[in-house]
Design a protein around this ligand. Structure first.
Ligand SMILES: [Zn+2]
Length: 336
């Protein structure tokens, strides 16, 4: 039998507890932000809208960590200063950042690292060990007191088991939690004295740390232009003279991670109109259909570029997003 859904009061309490952790918890590194964001994303990808427990594999959490930290571990360029590595820890550099940094010495992109199966598995395992030892142990600690409202440490030796109703609340509040975490994470980086030397009022930390990685979108576009027969995914008009862009079908603002099946190509007009909105149900059906029809091709071509391409994962994210839209009355975008 399923556990029941949390009452409105319980949901509010959950959100307050998240806020409490973020405000009062002691943070010696940025791992806790990464953990909370990873839990939200996995609850969306692997969970459902019910009050059940959710069991998460530490390797899946590790994969989310690598996704989050990869971009932030690249050299940061600021004015005329030498490019440097952001400090993510109070003492010496955070272990996971060092692991990713050495992966970056070997592989030019996360795509290439992911394609080296043996290397990637070892990297995930090492990151998973650190995740388990550090943020999982300390996330729920406020001034020495352990408030175990997300998971019980005793149950979470081999896999991380979210307590009943936690999955539901993470799915319900993921946009808020992501935003809180991102803001706190940026503040942490800004205030770190090793970063302060150079980070003097820098404007683009947000973009550098959390915006989608655009370096491979050119290649995605050349694949999609063939797949869509040179037509805009939304209005069907032909795409001309580079006046088009790769669009996240489920907007980045709702779910800030790249999955291969989520990309569509849209002309500039549709792309800017759609902006951060979800597209109407008609487009949802069109997108689902496209993915089923071309699943193999999309998987083959986009995983070559290093994107996670798992049709089920993408469609679960969409289920979640449209469920949220329905429940909360989000405006859906349509052609005018
Ligand atoms: Zn269009």
């Amino acid at each position: 039998m399923s556990d029941s859904l949390p009452s409105p009061q319980e949901q509010l309490k959950f959100l307050k507890q998240i806020q409490q952790i973020l405000h009062s918890g002691s943070f010696s590194s940025t791992y806790k932000f990464a953990l909370l964001m990873s839990l939200c994303r996995l609850a969306i990808e692997q969970g459902q809208d019910n009050g059940d427990r959710l069991t998460l594999d530490y390797l899946d959490i590790a994969e989310k960590f690598i996704d989050l930290y990869w971009k932030q571990t690249l050299p940061f360029h600021f004015n005329e200063n030498e490019p440097f590595l952001l400090h993510q820890n109070n003492g010496k550099q955070a272990g996971i950042v060092s692991l990713i940094h050495s992966a970056q010495q070997r592989f030019k992109s996360i795509a290439l690292a992911r394609r080296d199966y043996t290397y990637w598995s070892q990297l995930k395992k090492k990151v998973a060990d650190t995740v388990k030892k550090m943020p999982v142990t300390y996330l729920q600690n406020i001034k020495g007191q352990n408030i175990q409202f997300l998971y019980c440490l005793e149950d979470s030796q081999k896999q991380l088991v979210l307590l009943p109703q936690v999955m539901y609340c993470l799915r319900q509040f993921s946009e808020i939690i992501e935003e809180l975490c991102q803001k706190r994470w940026i503040d942490f980086i800004r205030l770190k004295k090793q970063n302060l030397i150079v980070l003097n009022g820098l404007p683009d930390l947000d973009e550098f740390m959390f915006a989608p990685n655009r370096s491979q979108l050119g290649q995605v576009a050349s694949f999609l232009i063939d797949l869509q027969k040179c037509q805009c995914f939304y209005c069907g008009k032909s795409l001309k003279n580079n006046k088009y862009a790769v669009d996240h079908f489920i907007p980045w603002s709702l779910y800030p991670a790249d999955t291969g099946h989520n990309f569509v190509l849209a002309d500039d007009k549709c792309n800017s109109q759609k902006s951060n909105y979800l597209a109407s149900e008609q487009f949802l059906n069109q997108w689902l259909e496209r993915n089923h029809l071309h699943d193999q091709l999309i998987t083959h071509e986009l995983s070559k570029l290093g994107f996670l391409t798992d049709i089920q994962r993408s469609h679960r994210v969409a289920d979640w997003a449209y469920g949220q839209a329905k429940e909360n009355g989000y405006l859906l975008w349509n052609l005018i």
